[in-house]
Ligand binder design. Structure first.
Ligand SMILES: [Fe+2]
Length: 171
C-alpha cells in the first residue's frame, strides 16, 4: 500500500481486485528473489526447496494472470510494500557474512515470513472470491494457497530435522 493510496473501495469486488493486484506484484518480486535465495543456500536440500518453489512461483503468477482473464481484467500490479520489505530482509541475510549453516537457518526464517504473508493474503482473496461466487477464481487461488502451505511445512521440517541443529553446532 503506497504513500499516495487513494483507491476507492465500494464493494467486495473492488477489494478482491486490490488483493489480487498486490498478490501479482508480490509474486513477480518473488520470481526474482527466490533464485537468489537458492543460490545463497548452503544445504543441498534447502537449495532444492528454494529452486522448486521458484518454479512453483512462476505458476502462481500464471494462475493470477488466468484469474485476471477470467474476471475480464488486464493484469495489474499494485506495489506490495510488505513483500518489498520481506525481500529486502532476505537480501540482508544473503549478503551477510558468517557461518553458512547459521545463514541457512536465517534464510528459512526469512522464507517462512514470506510464505505466511502469502498464506494470509491468498486466504483472504479466496474467501472474498467464495463470497462473490467466483468458483473458477476460488479453485485457482486455493491451488496456490495449498502450495504455499506445503512449502511452509517443508521449510519447517527442514529446519527442525537438519538446519537448526547444524546452525547450533556452528554457534
Ligand atoms: Fe506464491
Amino acid at each position: 500500500m503506497g504513500l499516495f493510496f487513494n483507491k476507492e473501495l465500494n464493494s467486495l469486488d473492488d477489494l478482491l481486485v486490490l488483493e489480487l493486484d498486490y498478490l501479482y506484484d508480490a509474486e513477480l518480486r518473488l520470481c526474482t528473489a527466490l533464485p537468489k535465495m537458492a543460490e545463497a543456500a548452503h544445504a543441498e536440500a534447502l537449495k532444492t526447496a528454494f529452486e522448486e518453489h521458484a518454479r512453483q512461483t512462476q505458476r502462481h503468477v500464471s494462475r493470477l494472470e488466468q484469474i485476471f482473464v477470467d474476471m475480464g481484467r488486464s493484469s495489474n500490479q499494485e506495489t506490495c510494500d510488505a513483500m518489498k520489505g520481506l525481500i529486502s530482509e532476505g537480501k540482508e541475510i544473503i549478503d551477510a557474512t558468517g557461518s553458512p549453516e547459521v545463514k541457512d537457518a536465517a534464510l528459512i526464517g526469512a522464507a517462512q515470513r514470506v510464505e505466511h504473508y502469502e498464506i494470509a493474503a491468498y486466504g483472504t482473496a479466496r474467501t472474498f472470491a467464495e463470497r462473490l461466487g467466483l468458483l473458477d477464481v476460488v479453485r485457482l487461488l486455493q491451488a496456490t494457497l495449498d502450495e504455499e502451505r506445503e512449502t511452509d511445512e517443508r521449510l519447517s521440517t527442514l529446519a527442525e530435522q537438519h538446519i537448526n541443529q547444524r546452525a547450533e553446532r556452528h554457534a
